[in-house]
Design a binder for this molecule. Sequence first.
Ligand code: FAD
Ligand code: NAP
Length: 339
Amino acid sequence: MSIQHIQHQSLKHYNTFGFDIEAPYFTVINQVDDVPALIEHEWNVMPKIIMGGGSNMLFTKSPDAWIIKNNIKGINVIDENEDSVMLEVAGGEVWHDLVMFAVGQDWGGIENLALIPGTVGAAPMQNIGAYGVEVKDVIEEVKFFDFETETFKSFDNAACEFGYRDSIFKRLYKNKILITSVTFRLQKKYKVNTSYGAIQDVLDKRGIAAPIVKDIASAVMYIRQSKLPDPKIIGNAGSFFKNPVITTAHYTTLTAQYPDIPGYVLNEDYIKVPAGWLIETNGWKGRRIGDVGVHEKQALVLVNYGMGTGQAVWDLSTAILEDIKGKFNIELEREVQVY
Ligand code: FAD
Ligand code: NAP
């Protein structure tokens, strides 16, 4: 069956925090041709939550909404020349499976994004990024179904209005559209990006002087596994907060009191400060409150040790926000989508 409508569905296995929240109305969509049929359904009068892998979501209570889970599969090569290849990938494909597919063909562009949980359809939402690469750099087109106009549409890269962990889909179109496929341009003659963090160190230790994409993906996977909690073992949604961008003047003021505060210059007016450093400096790293807490190796990641609740994670995140505001006069912003 290509559409499955379920009432009273536990979301325990559909969100990476592992919270056992009940979805009153839950639908799994398996084929793109069935998407328009959703608007004929009696549940269409309700607000919707479009879901992929649930790895960027926090449920604090049972959602008063219709959850539509995208499970549409398919990877198709739609254009190819001697330099590059164009792939149209269905929104329900697992992101890391796509990375492994590309790496297996020795196609470059997404190897630094290995091991990011979730689906291809969610990747443009917050313009997923890691280790110096953002997915916007390889996206040609995003196809989606618009529930308001009841039509299929497509946006080219510019129309997606990509920004740092941001896009038009995360703002204007949130839960108003379902991304059915994403088209990527990957390179056969690529230049690998080893500049970020520990990638070069890992390659050096492994004696790899001329890395290909599989070496980069392998190094990224090794680094990630050594510092990030696996949601299958400890519930989490990755970085809970975005890295704040502050003015250069504000940064200069802070350096007087905190000479070692890290900052990455974006332009002459703005500097990005790692939220993890702010949270760790204020003593939150490894702190546990009941069955939720701040991960011991990565202060940006809030975790559920097993019996925690979404509300407890929300309360913890609020306490951190207020503390950082009080100490550094910086407003952190939650990256995770809260329901
Ligand atoms: P979901 O959590 O299901 O949804 C996220 C948002 O996208 C929601 O607003 C949802 O409504 C919307 N959405 C999902 N699918 C669709 C669709 N088909 N159409 C329209 N809207 C849709 N993120 C990074 O950017 N970089 C990282 O390095 C990274 N590392 C992570 C590590 C861990 C351990 C974890 C748990 C998370 C990490 N994340 C990272 C966050 C997360 O994996 C990404 O944001 C991912 O893209 C979310 O995919 P998902 O399918 O799980 O989306
Ligand atoms: P890290 O390498 O310890 O760096 C800490 C922070 O400093 C990162 O957030 C990163 O910002 C910034 N940074 C480091 N080197 C930088 C550089 N050369 N230029 C610009 N900014 C730099 O970070 P980490 O926590 O181990 O994560 C590694 C990568 O995986 C990061 O890119 C991070 O975004 C990504 N990641 C994301 C999530 C998520 O849920 N969103 C979860 C885990 C990991 P950026 O975040 O902007 O890169």
